[in-house]
Design a protein around this ligand. Structure first.
Ligand code: FMN
Length: 156
């Protein structure tokens, strides 16, 4: 069982990561909190989403997000989709501009096929720069992967 003050935040555009976060939340008895973009992403039209995210990458944009209250959180489960084999740039902005000093961030990712390992090098750099720890993350594309990823965090 999770002992420390724990929060569950996710970023999702088309709903997969939200579903994963809801499953994580059921296991950990936490209410998922959505990280939302100040300028919402297109949820209809894959090409519009690709155009927006491609521009973010080529122009090195760090999209603004609506504030989230972390209080005295010590452990943060953070879910996000894999975009272009790495975390979305809004996640980069969240992790590099929020004071997470001393916190442990446990990432979980959804994807078409990419594993969490693709995102880890980015997360490790931001953790080192931001003075937070990175817990063992997991890929969360289905309930089995989520149960396996959380195996040490909830009583079976
Ligand atoms: C712009 C974009 C880039 C993507 N890049 C990858 C990728 O590199 N690897 C992968 O396996 N899936 C990739 N996907 C698929 C998403 O990771 C997958 O659909 C994810 O579950 C979507 O999460 P969401 O429904 O919470 O937004 C990409 C999707 C989009 C829209």
């Amino acid at each position: 069982m999770v002992q420390t003050k724990t929060a569950l935040i996710y970023f999702s555009v088309s709903g997969h990561t939200q579903t994963a976060a809801e499953t994580v939340g059921r296991y950990l008895q936490l209410t998922p909190i959505a990280l939302t973009a100040a300028q919402p992403y297109p949820t209809t039209g894959f090409q519009q989403l690709v155009a927006r995210t491609d521009a973010e990458n080529t122009q090195s944009q760090l999209p603004e997000f609506d504030p989230v209250a972390l209080g005295d959180t010590q452990t943060l489960y953070l879910g996000f989709p894999t975009w272009y084999h790495q975390p979305p740039r809004i996640i980069q902005n969240f992790l590099t501009t929020t004071d997470l000093t001393g916190m442990t961030v446990i990432p979980f990712v959804t994807s078409a096929s990419s594993r969490v390992t693709e995102s880890l090098p980015y997360l490790e750099k931001w953790a080192a720069d931001g003075n937070f720890s990175l817990g063992e993350g997991f890929t969360a594309n289905n309930p089995d992967e989520i149960a396996a990823g959380l195996k040490d965090d909830f009583p079976l």
